[in-house]
Design a protein around this ligand. Structure first.
Ligand code: SF4
Length: 511
């Protein structure tokens, strides 16, 4: 055998051994019932052309590799950002295994989420018993300070009423959790919206619990500003970067849903099921803030509307990455707080511009295709235009008509956007057709793009959620001027790698 206790091979080498290659060939012949290799190759070639692109874009029912996750995944992410909070999903166990693994693979952290594992009987008779017993177990076993409940499709299809169920669970008869124990909730049906919708629903659900359900609070405006980061795979580093700016400015703020410590616990011999997060008292008091700022407009429409109804000034941004986006955020914070932007931050801005200018010759004219969430794609497009790069395809599976109009308007602000095309509601199989028929120099997105990279030969730059096949990217910020510098370096590194690989004559020491 190629594998022994003295010679342990990882799967990359192991599966190259003749024994395994023979197994693969045999199973392929036995079970795949596939046409000949020549026919497969011919068909693959056909799918690279314009004729197939038109058929592909006429697709109405099938979705292939959509760039969105489902609502409860966003909801559990929002819930995890609060002190001592256990995200709880009312519904199917398999869905929750997917949320846990999706987040854990990206964050390289344990991601505690409980499920009440509804099965066939609950689908017929309703999930009340699951929720009552689940709440009781979760409360007793995991000692949280808050349990935040979202739902899977199964609970939504049968119409389970979370408000009524939680009321029953808290009743004197059931007493699954104390009557005053915080149990905010959000209905998160995944047959509409995406993880960004789920984030919004849960954030609103938590604020609604503290501001209206726990006890009706009268607002007494103070000087604080609430900041809602939105669903962000880089939140561990981005939230810390944001807090660094706010501290440098001396702004009083509450970061609502701060996962930075929750999803980045140290290895020091102690397992922390809960670490950090927005304190529940801060969440209660956040009703008094003079303003609430969302860093991601498309993650928070309902939440911002709710904050506005409470009398707060509200403002939203599209992922503060790049020069203009960071400028706009900092100037808004300065305007709302009355605090000046310190010289140290201005210097960071200047250093970023200096770095872009240093590399201008390599950036100019390079074209990029981008895919991801609505706010990320807008931010990435804007930053590429700032650097003199040319966005080619901007694709957003969960983008709205409003997002589409905004992306087109953004491209129209710069001559570098002249060739840019915007694709709303499309998936990565659509993008494959686009990249074969109208290629770009580079591709920016998440790990799923590695298959497009292999297929089309267009180099992938990994810059959004999820990143499964590289480690620790999320530990470095993309927000702000420092974050933009990191994004710039990632783009440049890829440009130089491609340049080095493309010519023996120009294999230069200095770039
Ligand atoms: S789409 Fe619905 S059924 Fe599928 S994983 Fe999400 S919640 Fe579960």
């Amino acid at each position: 055998m190629p594998q022994s206790a003295d010679q342990i091979k990882d799967h990359v080498k192991l599966f190259q051994e003749p024994e395994y290659k023979e197994i693969f060939d045999r199973k392929k012949a036995q079970f795949e019932c596939r046409p000949s290799d020549a026919d497969v190759a011919a068909q693959a070639e056909y799918t690279k052309g314009w004729e197939y692109r038109e058929k592909n874009f006429a697709r109405e029912v099938a979705v292939i590799n959509p760039q969105k996750a489902c609502q409860p995944l966003g909801a559990v992410f929002a819930a995890a950002g609060f002190e001592g909070t256990l995200p709880y999903v009312h519904g199917s166990q398999g869905c929750v295994a997917y949320f846990r693994s999706h987040l854990a693979r990206h964050l390289k952290e344990a991601v505690p989420i409980v499920a009440d594992s509804m099965t066939e009987d609950a689908a017929v008779f309703g999930g009340l018993n699951n929720l009552v017993e689940g709440l009781q177990n979760a409360y007793k076993l995991y000692s949280p300070k808050m349990i935040a409940i979202s739902t899977t499709c199964m609970a939504e299809v049968i119409g389970d009423d979370l408000s009524a169920f939680i009321g029953t669970a808290k009743s004197a008869e059931k007493a699954a959790v104390p009557a005053d124990f915080p149990v905010p909730f959000a209905h998160t049906p995944s047959f509409v919206g995406s993880h960004t919708t789920g984030y919004d629903n849960m954030m609103k659900g938590i604020l609604n619990y503290f501001w209206d359900r726990e006890s009706v609070k009268e607002r007494s405006a103070d000087a604080k500003i609430n900041i809602i980061p939105g669903f962000d795979g880089y939140a561990v580093a981005n939230n810390r970067e944001l807090k660094r700016y706010l501290d440098l400015m001396g702004v009083e703020y509450t970061l609502l849903g701060d996962v930075s410590d929750v999803y980045d616990t140290p290895s020091d011999g102690e397992y922390r099921m809960y670490d950090g997060g927005t304190s529940l008292d801060d969440a209660r008091a956040a009703i008094n803030a003079k303003a609430t700022i969302s860093l991601q407009e498309y993650c928070t429409p309902k939440t911002l509307e709710y904050c506005g109804e409470k009398g707060q000034t509200v403002a939203s941004f599209n992922y503060p990455m790049g020069i203009g986006a960071t400028d706009a955020l900092l100037m808004k914070v300065a305007e709302l707080s009355g605090k000046a932007i310190p010289e140290s931050i201005e210097k960071e801005r200047g250093r970023l511009i200096d770095a872009i200018a240093d590399s201008q010759a390599w950036l100019h004219g390079k074209s990029f295709s981008i895919y991801g969430d609505p706010d990320f794609t807008l931010a990435m497009t804007a930053f590429l235009l700032e650097m003199g790069c040319e966005p080619k395809h901007v694709l957003c599976t969960n983008g709205s008509a409003e997002w589409e109009a905004k992306a087109k308007a953004l491209l129209a602000t710069s001559p570098f956007g002249a060739e840019g095309q915007v694709w709303r509601g499309k998936d990565l199989w659509h993008l494959r057709s686009l990249l074969f028929t109208e290629p770009s120099d580079f591709l920016i997105g998440n790990s799923y793009g590695k298959y497009l990279e292999k297929d089309t030969g267009i180099p992938l730059i990994r810059l959004t959620f999820p990143i499964f096949d590289r480690h620790h990217h999320h530990r470095f910020p993309t927000f702000g001027y420092q974050g933009a510098l990191r994004v710039l370096v990632e783009i440049l590194d890829r440009i130089f790698e491609v340049t080095d690989a493309s010519s023996e004559i120009s294999f230069d020491l200095t770039r």
